[in-house]
Design a protein around this ligand. Structure first.
Ligand code: GUN
Length: 290
């Protein structure tokens, strides 16, 4: 069994990006900029947003974090986004999800300029992804594809079974790996909680778990030598740890790992790749806008 080290790959990507930023600076050019907008005080979201800003700083990107009151009116949020749509210093705009209930997520995403949609959530980006046009792919799925590529894991003709149908992971990873392109060209099945899915997961050559249920995928649900990609980041109570919780994936790692050919750990697998790909998308937005 090979452990897929997302932390290491993400660090390699950040180093590659830093070299490109250094070269821009040497040429006296402006650097790429990313703004992360967070509404409210969700502790996990705060951690993500701050890590995104820190990652920008480390490679020499400009970054801003806007933390807005939980009760902000939707038109005020849209006005802020529109000001960043016009702002020449920021090439990527990210609105951290989920948003408070009084805010319409779809209307917020629609207000982000597709040219700055580094999360790849705007319907124009989604449409381009489905068609196979060059676009911003959502960061977590893009990170999964990059991991498969860098570990030389064949995707062409392989049966990829995706568990979960979210707009952030399940649907986009299915569309990415379905494309008739390099590092894709897979046979793709998407399954979800509306049925007993073991019948499907057992057929996977590559199993991608993105359902947000701790330890959901058990050893009875896989075939030997499967490649397991665990996208779950679940907090489960653990009184033995000072924080009171630990992070586990959607895969029951202890029972599944011995049977797998490759597996991503949680943490340290897919998670670190999300931010690396966000930085990559921000550089792409910068290049497109210049
Ligand atoms: N919430 C969970 N994942 C993501 C992500 O990739 N981007 C944003 N903006 N919000 C998220």
């Amino acid at each position: 069994m090979v452990l897929i080290d997302g932390k290491k790959v993400a660090s390699e990507i950040r180093n590659e990006l830093k070299l490109q930023v250094d070269s821009l600076k040497n040429d006296g050019k402006p650097v790429p900029g990313l703004v992360a907008i967070l509404v409210g005080n969700n502790p996990a979201s705060k951690v993500y947003v701050n890590s995104k800003a820190k990652a920008c700083d480390e490679i020499g990107f400009k970054s801003a974090v806007e933390i807005l009151d939980e009760n902000i009116a939707q038109p005020d949020l849209i006005e802020l986004i529109k000001s960043y749509n016009q702002n020449k210093d920021y090439h990527g705009i990210l609105v951290q999800l989920p948003l408070p209930k009084h805010i319409n997520e779809s209307e917020i995403i629609n207000s982000i300029s597709p040219l700055k949609d580094v999360d790849g959530f705007h319907p124009i980006s989604v449409g381009n992804l489905v068609i196979g046009n060059d676009t911003f792919a959502p960061c977590t799925p893009a990170g999964i594809q990059e991991l498969l590529k860098r570990y030389n894991i064949e995707t062409k003709g392989k049966h990829v079974v995706v568990v979960g149908r979210s707009n952030i992971v399940g649907k986009p990873i299915a569309n990415i790996l379905l494309q008739k392109k390099e590092n894709a060209n897979s046979i793709v099945t998407i399954c979800h909680s509306a049925a007993d899915i073991a019948h499907y997961t057992r057929q996977a050559d590559i199993l991608i778990a993105a359902i947000g249920v701790p330890n959901f995928i058990k050893k009875e649900m896989i075939k030997p030598d499967v490649v397991v990609i665990d996208v779950g980041i679940n907090r489960v109570e653990d009184k033995n740890i000072s924080k009171g919780y630990r992070i586990v994936g959607d895969v029951d790692y202890d029972s599944v790992a011995p049977l797998a050919s490759y597996i991503t750990p949680v943490p340290g697998g897919v998670g670190p790749m999300t931010i690396a790909m966000l930085l990559k998308n921000t550089l792409k937005a910068y290049n497109n806008l210049r």
